[in-house]
Design a binder for this molecule. Structure first.
Ligand code: SF4
Length: 901
C-alpha cells in the first residue's frame, strides 16, 4: 500500500467521511479499507463512510430536511420535459421541438446551477435557445416549489446550508477531484465555515503531493506508435499479461473507451483468459472494464424493450425486423429446441414476404405450423395481452401491464442469469418503479406513449454492472481519478481524442460558457483540462506508457499534442509472446501461419444429389467457398421482404414478359407488322398484365406499387422492342430452352433465355439482363458471368450477347463471329474485346475453345473440393449472405467495402 493510500485509510479508520468524485473511487477505497482490516487480523469492523459526492449531498439533505423531499432525477427530467412541451411557442409551432431539445436544455440548466451562472436579462442579444432556457427555468423552479420538493439542481447550496444539522460529521475528505465546480467549492467552504475539517486526497485539485502545481515528469513517460488501433490493443493485452504480478496494480486507460470497449474486451479476454473463446466458458474475466452504458443497451433490457415495442406501430403493426429481434433473442426462448422453433418461424415469415406484421397476423400464421406448439402458446398469450393495451392509462398501470405481458410471453422464462444480467434486471425493475412514480407528471397515456417514455428513461439511465475486483483495470480517462497504479498504459491516444472536440451547449450563450470555462466550451478549455488529467496520471503511477495508432478510420493521425515533446518509439516485434488459445494450439502443433486448406472432393454419391445449374460454375468463379457452402452444404441466406419488388423479382417478371412476347410474336416479321399497324403498344400492355399475374408485393405498398412496377415494365418493353426493330430479319427459334451440358464430369442443367436465327442460318444466343451487363464479365480464368460461356457449348453459335434491359440504356452487349448479326455487335476480328481475351488474340473458334477450358477448370475445382475463402473481388461479398459462415468480416474486407460504397 502506498503512503497516500495508507494516509487516507488511517483517516477513514479515525472516522472521517470520504466524499469521492465518482462511485468507482468509492468502491476502490472501500475495497482497500476492507483489505487493510483483514491484513490487520480484524474479524469485524464498522463500514467505512465513503460515498460519491452526489450521494453525500443527498444524504445531508434527507437527514436534515425530512419534510421536504428531494425531487428524484427521473421526476426532475419528466417535469422539465413537461415544461418544455407546454411552452406556448412550441405549442404554436413558432419554436421547433427537436429530438434532444428537452435533455440538452435540461443539461444546460443543471450546468448553469453548478457553475452558479445566470443568463442576463438583455433579451435583445440572446439567441432563441437562451431565451427559451430562461423561460423554462423560471416555470420549472415555480413548479418544483408548488409540488413541495427541493430542487436537485440547487443541492450543493441546499446541502451546504444544512451541514450544521448533520450528526456524527467531524472531518470530510474530498477524494479524487481534478477540478471543482463553483457549486462544489461553495459546499466545501460551507463545510469549513460550519467548523468541520475539510481536506483533499490525494492532493488539492491541480497540485502535486507537496501542494505545487502538477508537472510532467518526462523520464517516466514513453510514447509508442502502432500501425492501427487493433495492433495497439492486442499489444496492450499482451503487455498487461506480462507486467501483472502479485501486488502490482495495472491500468489500461482509454480516452474513448466507449468506441473501443468491444474490441478491448475481446482481445483482453483472449489474452488473459484464453479459454474464454470456447463456447461453454463461464469463468470470470481477468480484468475489470469500466464502462457505464445506457440501460437500454444492456442486452437483457434491450430484449424487454424489443418485446414491448411489438404492437405499438400504426394499426398494431411493426416491421418484421422488430419481431425478428424478439424471436431470435435468447431471453425469449432459452431451450435449444425452442430457439430452433423461433428461428424457423422467423425464416418462414421472411420467406413469406412479410414486411410488417401484427401479433394477430403472427397468431394466424403460426397457427398452421404443427411443429411450433411453443410459439402458438406464446403468440396467443401475446395477442391476449395486447387486447388489454388499449385506451389511456397511468404510467403505474402500464408498468403493471408491461410486467405481466413480459411474463406471459415467457420473457426470461427458463433463462439462467449471470451476475451481470441479474444486475441489469435489478436496474430494469428499479426503472419500472421510477416510471410508476410519474403518474402525476405524465397523466394518462396510450400504450405507445408509455412505451416511448419507458424507452427514453432506459436510454437516459447509465448502468454499470459491478464485477469482482481485478488487478487489471480498463478505465476511461475520468474513471481513473484518484486511483493509484504501479503501471499505467494510456492507449488510443491520438490527436483527435486528447483533447476532444469542444461541444458547447447551444442553450447557453457562448461568451458566458467561455468566460466561465464550462466543460466542452472551447478547444483551449479542453486542452487545459486534458493536460491536467495527463499530469494527474503521471503522478498516479510509477511509469506511464502512452501509445497511439498511426491510422484511424483510414485517416493518418498523430499523437496527442500533449506528448509532442516525447520521442516516438516503435513497438518491438515479438517483445511479448501471445497467450491466446489460437497461438497456443498453433505452437503446440507446429502449425504454419497460413491455414492449410484440405480439399474435400465431391464423392459420386454426393455428385448425384448436387443441384444448382450454371450457378455452380458462377459461384465457383466468384468465390470457391461460396460454391462449396451453397451447393454442397446447402447453406442459404435468410432474406427478408423488400419494399416493392426485389431486383431478383423484377428480373423474373421481365423474363416472363419477354417469354410471353416472343412465344406469340415469333420473330421480326410479326414485330414489324404490329408496329406498322400501331398494335405494338397494346400488345405490350397485354403482355405486361399477363406477366404480372401472381406477382406478390409486400403490404403496405401493394396496390400503387404494383401499378408503378407495371408501368415501368411497359416502358422497358417498349424501349427494348424499338431496339429489336433496329435489327435485320430474325426468327425466334427457342425461348427459355432447357439444356444439359456435361462440364468435366459435372452435369449442368440450364435455360437459355432465347435463341434467334438470322440471315444465312446463323444462330444467336441471348441472355436477358435487367442489371449491369458487360463483356468484361466473360474475361479471365474467373469470369463474373460464365452463364453464356457455358451455353456457348450447347451448339454452334455465331453470336453470344446480353440483352441489356436497363431503362434509358437498352442495347445488345455481345460478340459475334461475323458482321450484321446484332446492332452494335462487331465481328470478333474487328472488336477490341479480342485483344483483351488473352496474350494471343484468338479466332472465334479459338475463343470458344478457351471458354471451354475456363469452365472446365472451374468445374474441376468444384469437384476436387477447392473451397478457399477467396472472393473474386471485395465487392463480391456485398452480394453474398454467407459472411457469417466464411467469417470474411474477421479480416475487415466487408467493412472496407461498405465505406467505399
Ligand atoms: S461473403 Fe465473400 S468470402 Fe464469404 S462466401 Fe461470400 S463471397 Fe466468399
Amino acid at each position: 500500500m502506498n503512503n497516500k493510500l495508507e494516509e487516507i485509510m488511517r483517516r477513514i479508520e479515525g472516522g472521517a467521511t470520504v466524499v469521492t468524485v465518482n462511485a468507482r473511487l468509492s468502491r476502490s477505497l472501500c475495497f482497500a479499507f476492507d483489505d487493510m482490516m483483514k491484513t490487520a487480523g480484524r474479524g469485524a469492523w464498522p463500514s467505512p463512510d465513503i460515498l460519491p459526492l452526489d450521494a453525500w449531498k443527498e444524504r445531508i439533505w434527507n437527514e436534515s430536511s425530512p419534510d421536504t423531499p428531494l425531487l428524484s432525477s427521473v421526476r426532475a427530467k419528466a417535469l422539465w420535459e413537461r415544461t418544455v412541451e407546454r411552452d406556448p411557442l412550441i405549442k404554436s409551432g413558432e419554436l421547433l421541438l427537436e429530438k434532444g431539445t428537452a435533455s440538452l436544455s435540461f443539461e444546460a440548466y443543471m450546468l448553469l446551477k453548478e457553475y452558479r451562472l445566470t443568463i442576463p436579462d438583455y433579451d435583445l442579444y440572446l439567441t432563441e435557445e437562451a431565451k427559451a432556457l430562461k423561460r423554462w427555468a423560471a416555470i420549472y423552479e415555480e413548479e418544483v416549489k408548488r409540488l413541495g420538493f427541493a430542487n436537485r439542481a440547487m443541492l450543493s447550496t441546499l446541502a451546504g446550508a444544512r451541514l450544521k444539522g448533520v450528526k456524527a460529521l467531524s472531518e470530510v475528505v474530498f477524494a479524487g477531484f481534478d477540478e471543482l465546480s463553483p457549486a462544489t467549492r461553495l459546499l466545501i467552504d460551507a463545510v469549513v465555515k460550519s467548523g468541520l475539517k475539510a481536506s483533499y486526497w490525494p492532493r488539492e485539485p491541480g497540485t502535486d503531493v507537496c501542494g505545487k502545481p502538477l508537472s510532467f515528469d518526462h523520464a517516466r513517460v514513453s510514447l509508442t506508435r502502432f500501425d492501427s488501433e487493433n495492433d495497439e490493443i492486442t499489444y496492450a493485452a499482451k503487455w498487461a499479461r506480462s507486467v501483472i504480478k502479485p501486488g502490482v496494480s495495472v491500468a489500461v486507460i482509454v480516452p474513448e473507451l466507449g468506441t473501443y470497449a468491444d474490441i478491448i474486451s475481446r482481445e483482453f479476454r483472449a489474452e488473459l483468459a484464453p479459454a474464454s473463446v470456447l463456447p461453454d466458458y463461464d469463468g470470470p474475466d481477468a480484468f475489470n472494464i469500466s464502462l457505464g452504458r445506457a440501460l437500454s443497451e444492456e442486452p437483457l433490457v434491450r430484449s424487454a424493450l424489443d418485446a414491448l415495442s411489438i404492437g405499438t406501430g400504426k394499426d398494431g403493426r411493426n416491421e418484421l425486423d422488430d419481431l425478428s429481434l424478439v424471436l431470435l433473442s435468447p431471453y425469449f426462448s432459452s431451450l435449444a429446441h425452442e430457439r430452433l422453433e423461433c428461428a424457423r418461424f422467423d425464416a418462414r415469415l421472411k420467406d413469406a414476404g412479410f414486411l410488417t406484421i401484427s401479433i394477430a397476423e403472427a397468431v394466424r400464421y403460426v397457427g398452421s405450423d404443427a411443429g411450433a406448439a411453443f410459439l402458438v402458446k406464446k403468440f396467443n398469450a401475446w395477442a391476449l395481452a395486447l387486447k388489454d393495451a388499449r385506451g389511456k392509462k397511468l404510467a403505474s398501470q402500464w408498468a403493471l401491464h408491461s410486467s405481466a405481458l413480459l411474463k406471459n410471453i415467457g420473457w426470461l422464462g427458463n433463462v439462467k442469469l449471470t451476475s451481470v444480467e441479474y444486475q441489469a434486471l435489478k436496474a430494469w425493475n428499479r426503472l419500472f418503479e421510477e416510471f410508476s412514480s410519474l403518474d402525476d407528471l405524465l397523466g394518462p397515456l396510450t400504450f405507445g406513449e408509455a412505451f416511448k417514455k419507458l424507452t427514453s428513461l432506459a436510454t437516459d439511465a447509465i448502468h454499470q454492472a459491478e464485477t469482482p475486483r481485478r488487478q487489471i483495470q480498463v478505465l476511461g480517462l475520468l474513471e481513473s481519478t484518484g486511483l493509484y497504479f504501479d503501471r499505467i498504459r494510456l492507449i488510443c491516444c491520438h490527436e483527435d481524442v486528447l483533447p476532444g472536440e469542444p461541444r458547447p451547449n447551444p442553450f447557453i450563450p457562448l461568451d458566458i460558457q467561455k468566460a466561465a470555462k464550462l466543460p466542452n466550451s472551447s478547444h483551449a478549455r479542453e486542452l487545459e483540462f486534458a493536460r491536467k488529467v495527463v499530469k494527474r496520471l503521471v503522478a498516479s503511477c510509477k511509469t506511464l506508457d502512452v501509445s497511439f495508432p498511426a491510422m484511424v478510420d483510414r485517416k493518418q493521425t498523430g499523437a496527442s499534442a500533449i506528448f509532442s515533446s516525447l520521442e516516438v518509439k516503435k513497438p518491438i516485434d515479438g517483445q511479448y509472446a501471445s497467450n491466446t488459445l489460437k497461438s497456443a494450439v498453433s505452437k503446440a502443433n507446429g502449425f504454419e501461419t497460413m491455414p492449410v486448406e484440405d480439399d474435400v472432393p465431391v464423392s459420386s454419391a454426393e455428385l448425384a444429389a448436387i443441384r444448382g445449374g450454371t450457378l455452380i460454375i458462377k459461384d465457383q468463379s466468384l468465390c470457391p467457398f461460396k460454391a462449396f457452402a451453397t451447393h454442397r452444404l446447402v447453406a442459404k441466406e435468410v432474406t427478408g421482404a423488400e419494399l416493392g419488388l426485389s431486383a431478383a423479382d423484377r428480373g423474373r417478371v421481365v423474363h416472363r414478359a419477354l417469354k410471353l412476347f416472343w412465344e406469340k410474336a415469333k420473330g421480326s416479321a410479326e414485330l414489324r407488322r404490329m408496329f406498322a399497324k400501331g398494335e405494338l403498344d397494346g400488345f405490350i400492355k397485354e403482355i405486361a398484365t399477363e406477366a404480372f399475374k401472381g406477382v406478390r408485393i409486400a403490404w403496405p405498398l401493394s396496390v400503387r406499387f404494383a401499378e408503378l412496377e407495371k408501368e415501368r415494365l411497359i416502358s422497358v418493353l417498349k424501349e427494348w422492342t424499338h431496339e429489336e426493330l433496329g435489327r435485320g430479319e430474325f426468327t425466334v427459334k427457342a425461348v427459355e430452352k432447357t439444356v444439359s451440358v456435361n462440364i468435366g464430369g459435372l452435369a449442368i442443367e440450364g435455360r437459355i433465355d432465347r435463341i434467334d436465327e438470322v440471315e444465312d442460318k446463323r444462330e444467336v444466343i441471348l441472355d436477358y439482363k435487367t442489371g449491369e451487363a458487360k463483356r468484361e464479365d466473360w474475361l479471365g480464368q474467373r469470369p463474373r458471368e460464365p452463364q453464356l460461356i457455358i451455353y456457348s457449348r450447347t451448339g454452334r453459335y455465331d453470336c453470344v450477347s446480353f440483352a441489356r434491359l436497363i431503362p434509358g440504356d437498352c442495347k445488345f452487349v455481345g460478340i459475334s463471329n461475323s458482321a450484321d448479326i446484332l446492332p452494335g455487335v462487331k465481328p470478333l476480328e474487328a472488336d477490341k474485346f479480342r485483344e483483351k481475351s488473352g496474350p494471343e488474340p484468338p479466332s472465334w473458334d479459338g475463343l470458344m475453345a478457351n471458354w471451354k477450358v475456363t469452365v472446365e477448370t472451374l468445374a474441376n475445382d468444384f469437384l476436387a473440393g477447392r473451397a478457399g475463402v477467396n472472393p473474386l473481388e471485395p465487392k463480391t461479398c456485398l452480394y453474398c449472405g454467407l459472411a457469417p459462415l466464411c467469417r470474411i468480416n474477421d479480416i475487415g474486407l466487408i467493412a472496407d467495402i461498405d465505406d467505399e460504397e
